[in-house]
Design a protein around this ligand. Structure first.
Ligand code: GLU
Length: 374
């Protein structure tokens, strides 16, 4: 048993197309999905939060549209995805409902995890779904994503989702049971690596060597996914989905290749906010707000006396006390014009002032890092 798995409170599980859809007939493997749903229900019963990232839309849809075998043109794969996604969502909904779980469909495009303004929206919605006990089932919104603006593979999408959601563990379920030193089918000396603590050039080279690195979902994208996950503080495991109850197997056997993160997701996110992002402006706060922040509260418009700079929603801004000293940083939920309009006012008045119902906080405490204790 691995602590990275048993101790993980929030999990992202990525399901590859080949596990869910029979390549020859194009039919959904309902028995496998049922077994997976049992595993997910078991984890939910332990109080864990699960986000599923599922492929399979294109594989399901191409069959319904009688598209030829082999690589599809972009527009054909988009058409296939828009047909197949309905069936995919339906299958999850049915399998989950039979176990009293609520499935929630979330379709993302690249900008939703990469642009900070939209990132806050996607994160908020998924956090709300988890709080309400639902199981988000995420896929790329293939229908509108063209090649320049798509993730292109669900390994990386799952890793972006995991770091956006500060997940503790990301499980990549596919038809391989781990990361090998060489292609396991053709090389007898190939050996599965148990644990990777550093993604070295040597590991990258092995990924290039293993099997079909050009194909989507090959080892190259899995290593890129690992890099994204661990830098966001999420442990990642590549494990086999070619068994019934693959998540239960992780609990009982734990077989796979583990990529270990050095810090936890909250620390990684705080480091990102504090260190990586360039601040675009500043909020000056009154003493009451400074004290509230120090005790772990969010920053409300009422406690802000001044707005400097020009920034968009989701940008990093400084938080200063009345003496102009920086006391923290965070991601703002409002742009500078909106912020100027609502500072000094009660959160309940935001809707009336701005003409729409926004969030009560200017900076939510999860999006904030305090630099000094006061
Ligand atoms: N979004 C694609 C689908 O649902 C899958 C991409 C992938 O498998 O990496 O069919």
């Amino acid at each position: 048993m691995r602590r990275e798995w048993t101790g993980a409170k929030r999990l992202v599980v990525k399901i590859g197309s080949s596990l869910l859809v029979d390549a020859a007939s194009g039919a959904l493997k309902a028995d496998w999905l049922s077994a997976l749903a049992d595993d997910i229900a078991g984890l939910r019963a332990e109080g864990r939060e699960i986000i599923v990232v599922s492929s399979g839309a294109i594989a399901l849809g191409r069959n319904a549209l009688k598209l030829p075998k082999g690589a599809l043109k972009l527009e054909d794969s988009q058409a296939a995805a828009s047909v197949g996604q309905i069936g995919l969502a339906h299958a999850y909904e049915e399998a989950f409902r039979a176990r009293s779980l609520v499935a929630a469909q979330v379709l993302l495009t690249l900008g939703d995890t990469e642009e900070r303004r939209r990132y806050l929206n996607a994160r908020n919605t998924m956090t709300t779904l988890l709080r309400l006990g639902a199981v988000p089932v995420v896929n790329e919104n293939d229908t509108v994503a063209t090649s320049e603006i798509r993730y292109g593979d669900n390994d990386r999408l799952a890793a972006r989702v995991a770091s956006m959601m500060s997940a503790d563990c990301l499980v990549l379920l596919s038809d391989v049971d781990g990361f090998y030193t060489a292609p396991p089918d053709s090389r007898e000396d190939a050996r599965r690596i148990e644990e990777v603590t550093d993604i070295t050039p040597e590991i990258e080279k092995m990924a290039g060597d293993v099997g079909s690195d050009l194909s989507r979902g090959g080892m190259v994208t899995k290593i890129e996914a690992a890099r994204i996950a661990v830098s966001g503080g999420t442990h990642m495991v590549i494990a086999s989905g070619r068994v019934m109850h693959p998540l239960r197997a992780l609990t009982t056997k734990g077989t796979g290749t583990w990529f270990l993160a050095r810090q936890d997701p909250v620390a990684a996110r705080k480091r990102w906010i504090a260190g990586t992002l360039e601040p675009k402006g500043a909020f000056t706060v009154d003493q009451g707000a400074a004290t509230a922040l120090a005790s772990g509260k969010s920053l409300l418009p009422a406690g802000v006396t001044k707005v400097d700079g020009s920034f968009e929603r989701g940008d990093a801004v400084l938080i200063r006390n009345g003496d102009g000293v920086e006391i923290g940083r965070g991601l703002t939920a409002y742009d500078h014009e909106e912020a100027k309009a609502i500072i000094g006012r009660k959160s309940g008045e935001i809707a009336e002032i701005l003409g729409y119902l926004g969030r009560p906080e200017l900076i939510h405490r999860d999006d904030m890092v305090l630099q000094r204790k006061m």
